[in-house]
Design a protein around this ligand. Structure first.
Ligand code: HAS
Ligand code: CU1
Length: 552
C-alpha cells in the first residue's frame, strides 16, 4: 500500500487549509445541532430555551435561525471548501495554483462568518436561513453572508487556475475524475450565486442600511431561490464526489463507469440551475406556466441522481463480488461493514433514496400544495442535507481527519455505533416528520406552544423526540471520537488518498465530455429561458414599497 510520507510536504498547505475549514465546519455543526435538539424537545412540550434566557437567548425562533444558518450554510460551505481544496489538488496531483488565494478564501469567509454571527447570536437576525423579506435582519447579517459567498468564488478561481496549469502540463489526458467533479461543483455553485448576490447587493443590504425605504418580497424570494435551489446540489455534489471516486475503493472494488459519472455531473451543471421556482409553487405573482416549466425540469435533475444510484450500487456490487460475495443480493453481506468510512457513507446513501422520493413528491406541482410549508418538508431535507450530506461528511471525516492529522482513528467501533445511531435516529425523525406534515402540522412553528395542537400530532410527536435524542447521542460519539483522535490517538503513517480506479474509463470517456464550452453555454441558455421572463417582469414592475418587520 502506498503511504503518505513522501507527499506530506508537497501538500502541507492544502492539508492545513482542509483541516482548518473542516474544524470550523464541525464547530458550527455542534452549535447548530444542539439547537436542533432543543427544537424537537420544544415540539414535545419540553422548553429548555428558558435556561438560556439569562445569557440573552430569545427562544425557539432565534434557535431555529441559528440551527439553519450554522448547519446548512456554515457547516456545509466550510466543509465543502476544505474537502474540495484537498481532493481536487490531490486528484490533479499538484498544489493549489495560488496558496495565498487559498488563505484569502479562508479569511474572507471567516470575516463573513464573524459578521453574521454577531446579529444572529444577539437576536438581531431571527429571519431563518432563507431570510425572506419583509422579515428584516441587521445589515451585518447580510454583509457577512455575502462575504462567505464571495470567499467561495475565490476557491473557484483557484481551482480554475490549478486546472489550467495542469492542462498545460497534460494536454492530451482526460481531467482526473475527482478534480473534474470539483470544478463542476464550484462552477455550478458560482453561477447560481448570481441570484443571492443580486438580492443582497440591490435589495437586502441597502434596505437594512436605510438607503431603501421598502423592499419587494416576491422579487427577493425569486432571487433567493435562484441560488437556494442549486445550493442543495452544491451540498450534495461533494458527497457524490466521495461516493464516486472514493467509496468504491473503500468498499474494496472499482467505480463501475467513469464516463457515466462525468455525464451525471455535466447534467447537474446544466439542470441544477433553472428550477428554483419549485420552491415558489404557492407564491402569487409568478405565472403558472413558468412554475410548471420549473417543475418539469426538476424531474429532469432527478435523472443524474438516478444515474448516480445505478453507478454507485453497481460499484458496490463490484466490490462485494471482488470480496467473494455471491448471489443476487447476498454480495451485500460481503461488503466491509466493519469499516467506518464505508459504512457511514452507505447508510447515508440508503436514507437518501427515501429523501429522493419525497423530493419527487415535492416537485409534483399539484401535490406540492399538500406538503408545502408543512413538517413534510423538514422530513425531506433532514434525509437529504441532514443525512446524505451530513452523514457522508462524517464518514469522510473518519478517514480524512486521521489522514490529515497523521493519527489513527481513535475508535472504529465508536464510529460504527455513531453511524448506525444517526441512521436509525434520522430514519425515525424524518419518517414521522413526513407523517406529521401529511397530518397538516406546519413547519417553522413553535409547535409545543400552539393553541391549535392536534391529538393526531400528539400521538406521533414523541417519535420525533426519540429520533432527535438518538441523533444527539450519535453526535456526542462523533465529537468524542474526533477529539480523542486528535489528542490521544497514536501517531501513524496513513495510507494515500484512496481514489478508486474504474471498471470502465476514463480512457473510454469521449473527449468532448472534457470540453467545458458547450455545457456552460447550455447552463446559461437554460437559465436565461427559465428565469429571464419572470425576472424581467418582476424587476420592471417592482415598487420597493414594503416595510420591514421584526416580529421576534
Ligand atoms: Fe429538495 C425542498 C425537490 C433533493 C434539500 N429540499 C427542499 C428544502 C431543502 C432541500 C433544504 O420540488 C427546503 C428548503 C426550504 O427551507 O424551504 N429535492 C427535490 C428533488 C430532489 C431534491 C426532486 N433536496 C434535495 C437534496 C437536498 C435537498 C439533494 C439537499 C442536499 N426539495 C424539492 C422541492 C422542494 C424541496 C420541490 C420545495 C418544497 C416546498 O414546497 O417547499 C431530487 O434531486 C432528489 C434525487 C435523489 C434521488 C436519490 C438517489 C439515491 C442515491 C443513493 C443510491 C445508493 C443506495 C445505496 C441506495 C433520486 C444516489 C445502496 C446500498 C447497498 C448496500 C446496495
Ligand atoms: Cu429545490
Amino acid at each position: 500500500m502506498a503511504f503518505e510520507q513522501a507527499v506530506v510536504d508537497r501538500f502541507a498547505t492544502e492539508k492545513r487549509l482542509a483541516g482548518l475549514n473542516i474544524l470550523v465546519a464541525f464547530l458550527a455543526l455542534a452549535l447548530g445541532g444542539l439547537m436542533g435538539v432543543l427544537q424537537v424537545l420544544q415540539y414535545n412540550g419540553i422548553d429548555l430555551y428558558r435556561y438560556l434566557t439569562p445569557i440573552g437567548f430569545k427562544g425557539y425562533y432565534q434557535g431555529l435561525s441559528i440551527h439553519g444558518v450554522l448547519n446548512v450554510l456554515v457547516f456545509t460551505t466550510y466543509y465543502i471548501v476544505g474537502f474540495l481544496t484537498y481532493i481536487a489538488t490531490r486528484s490533479f496531483d499538484r498544489p493549489l495554483a495560488s496558496r495565498n488565494l487559498g488563505w484569502a478564501t479562508f479569511m474572507v469567509m471567516t470575516l463573513g462568518l464573524v459578521l453574521t454571527a454577531i446579529p444572529l447570536l444577539s437576536n438581531n437576525a431571527t429571519v431563518m436561513f432563507t431570510f425572506y423579506p419583509p422579515l428584516k435582519a441587521d445589515a451585518l447579517y447580510y454583509i457577512g453572508l455575502t462575504l462567505v459567498v464571495v470567499g467561495t468564488w475565490l476557491l473557484l478561481i483557484n481551482l480554475v487556475l490549478t486546472y489550467r496549469q495542469w492542462r498545460t502540463a497534460n494536454p492530451d489526458v482526460m481531467t482526473p475524475l475527482a478534480a473534474f467533479m470539483s470544478v463542476i461543483t464550484m462552477a455550478m455553485w458560482t453561477i447560481s450565486t448570481l441570484g443571492i448576490a443580486a438580492e443582497m447587493l440591490f435589495l437586502n443590504i441597502p434596505w437594512s442600511l436605510g438607503f431603501l425605504q421598502g423592499t419587494d418580497p416576491l422579487l427577493a424570494r425569486t432571487l433567493f431561490w435562484f441560488t437556494g435551489h442549486p445550493i442543495v446540489y452544491f451540498w450534495l455534489l461533494p458527497a457524490y464526489i466521495s461516493w464516486y471516486t472514493l467509496v468504491p475503493r473503500q468498499a474494496g472494488g472499482r467505480l463501475f463507469s467513469d464516463p457515466m459519472a462525468r455525464v451525471s455531473f455535466i447534467l447537474f451543471l446544466i439542470l441544477s440551475l433553472p428550477i428554483g421556482m419549485h420552491h415558489q409553487v404557492t407564491d402569487p405573482g409568478i405565472s403558472e406556466i413558468w412554475k410548471l416549466v420549473h417543475a418539469i425540469f426538476t424531474f429532469g435533475v432527478f435523472f443524474p441522481s438516478l444515474l448516480t444510484f445505478f453507478n454507485v450500487v453497481s460499484s458496490l456490487e463490484n466490490a462485494g463480488r471482488a470480496r467473494g460475495g455471491k448471489g443476487w443480493l447476498a454480495w451485500i453481506f460481503a461488503l466491509p461493514w466493519g469499516r467506518p468510512a464505508f459504512t457511514t457513507q452507505v447508510l447515508a446513501m440508503l436514507l437518501f433514496a427515501f429523501g429522493g422520493i419525497s423530493g419527487l413528491v415535492n416537485a409534483s406541482y399539484n401535490v406540492n400544495l399538500v406538503v408545502h410549508n408543512t413538517a413534510w418538508i423538514s422530513g425531506h431535507f433532514h434525509l437529504t442535507v441532514g443525512t446524505a450530506v451530513t452523514l457522508t461528511f462524517m464518514g469522510i471525516a473518519y478517514w480524512l481527519v486521521p489522514h490529515l492529522a497523521q493519527r489513527r482513528l481513535f475508535s472504529p467501533k465508536m464510529a460504527l455505533a455513531q453511524a448506525w445511531l444517526w441512521f436509525f435516529g434520522m430514519g425515525l425523525f424524518s419518517h414521522f416528520m413526513h407523517e406529521l406534515g401529511l397530518r397538516g402540522m406546519p413547519r417553522r412553528t413553535m409547535i409545543g406552544a400552539v393553541p391549535y395542537m392536534q391529538q393526531e400530532w400528539l400521538q406521533i410527536l414523541p417519535m420525533t423526540m426519540i429520533g432527535g435524542l438518538l441523533m444527539f447521542l450519535s453526535a456526542i460519539l462523533f465529537y468524542l471520537n474526533m477529539l480523542l483522535t486528535l489528542t490521544a490517538s497514536p501517531r501513524e503513517e496513513v495510507p494515500a488518498v484512496p481514489f478508486a480506479r474504474a471498471v470502465s474509463g476514463p480512457e473510454d470517456a469521449p473527449r468532448f465530455l472534457d470540453n467545458w464550452t458547450p455545457w456552460l453555454i447550455g447552463a446559461f441558455a437554460l437559465l436565461l429561458i427559465n428565469y429571464g421572463p419572470t425576472l424581467y417582469h418582476l424587476v420592471t414592475t417592482t415598487q420597493l414599497n414594503i416595510p420591514g418587520m421584526r416580529p421576534y
